[in-house]
Design a binder for this molecule. Structure first.
Ligand code: CP
Length: 315
């Protein structure tokens, strides 16, 4: 395991190991406080981020390591025309591991092909977001107790939403998962996800336009925002942006044990009144993201901790 560019770079066993390590970290945080002592993470974010960048940075700091990086293309030499490959080859001299977000699909892959340190895709254009997927898996596992036998509704911008593409790719590898894809016609899941992922894995799915028609069948409702930054035409964005608004009235139709996830940021698609409902998990989900990134970086850097030794040493 060297880079994480696509969720399928990891075997199901490797993913299970990462989730189990995240659970151990959550249960005994002091034992991991020096796990990455002396290690440096570089966060190379060519696109805006709150959760991914800061949870990566918090994760490395909580492991006792340190962090360097930039949070926009304009504050790096990309603004002067430097290539992704040259940036990565330079950062390799300064850091032990890279987390990269970039508006161009495939940019983290290019970085990974040019360095000998692990590169993690922290979101590439409308393509994939594998560490959000690990976050979502940990949230689902912790709150339902399983990663099988679930009906999952994805709602909103399923065309441009990289978190959706990544999570469908991963969940379709588990047993007895059923997918309900809720979107306007213009924002449907791309054909390659249906043909190369869902059909290939024999994962049952249906496409619908009205959330109210299917919300009662769902174990998980994965809400997403309409991705303004990926639209070519502002008028289309304005027309589609409020296609779905989850409110308490619609939630009356849902199961009592529904889990509502959202990768965040939220715009209008979940009314704030829903936040108090025990089924709303999206802020807990953001916290799981830090623990799963701690576990991922430990695995990619080949780090381990003997919890008994840590306890003896008083760490
Ligand atoms: N979920 C997610 O990727 O959030 P940010 O864009 O804030 O990192």
């Amino acid at each position: 395991m060297k880079h994480l560019i696509d969720p399928t770079d990891l075997t199901l066993q490797e993913i299970d190991d990462i989730l189990c390590l995240a659970e151990k970290i959550m249960a005994n945080r002091p034992a991991y406080a020096e796990a990455a002592k002396g290690k440096k993470l570089a966060t190379l974010f060519f696109e805006p981020s709150t959760r991914t960048r800061l949870s990566f940075e918090a994760a490395m700091l909580e492991l006792g390591g340190s962090v360097i990086g930039f949070s926009s293309a304009n504050s790096s030499s990309a603004a002067k025309g430097e290539s992704v490959a040259d940036t990565a080859r330079t950062i390799e001299k300064y850091a032990d591991i890279i987390a990269m977000r970039h508006p161009k699909e495939g940019a983290p892959l290019v970085a990974s092909m040019n360095v000998n340190i692990p590169v993690i895709n922290a979101g590439d254009g409308g393509h994939l977001h594998p560490t959000q997927t690990l976050t979502d898996l940990l949230t689902i596992k912790e709150t339902t107790g399983r990663l099988s036998d679930l009906t999952i509704g994805f709602c909103g911008d399923l065309k441009f939403g990289r978190t959706v593409h990544s999570l469908i790719k991963q969940l379709s590898r588990y047993q007895n998962m059923r997918f309900i894809l809720i979107s306007p016609q213009e924002l449907k899941v791309p054909d390659y996800i249906k043909e190369e992922v869902l059909d290939k894995n024999d994962a049952p799915y249906q496409e619908v336009e009205r959330m109210e028609d299917v919300i009662g069948e769902l174990d998980i409702l994965y809400m997403t925002r309409v991705q303004r930054e990926r639209f070519f035409n502002e008028a289309d964005y304005i027309r589609l942006k409020d296609s779905y608004i989850l409110d308490l009235e619609k939630l009356k139709l849902a199961k009592e044990d529904l889990k509502i996830l959202h990768p965040l940021p939220r715009v209008n698609e979940i009314s704030v009144e829903v936040d108090k409902d025990p089924r709303a998990l999206y802020f807990a989900q953001a916290e799981y993201g830090k623990f799963v990134r701690m576990a991922l970086m430990m695995k990619l850097l080949g780090l381990s901790v003997d919890e008994k030794d840590s306890a003896k040493a008083g760490i």
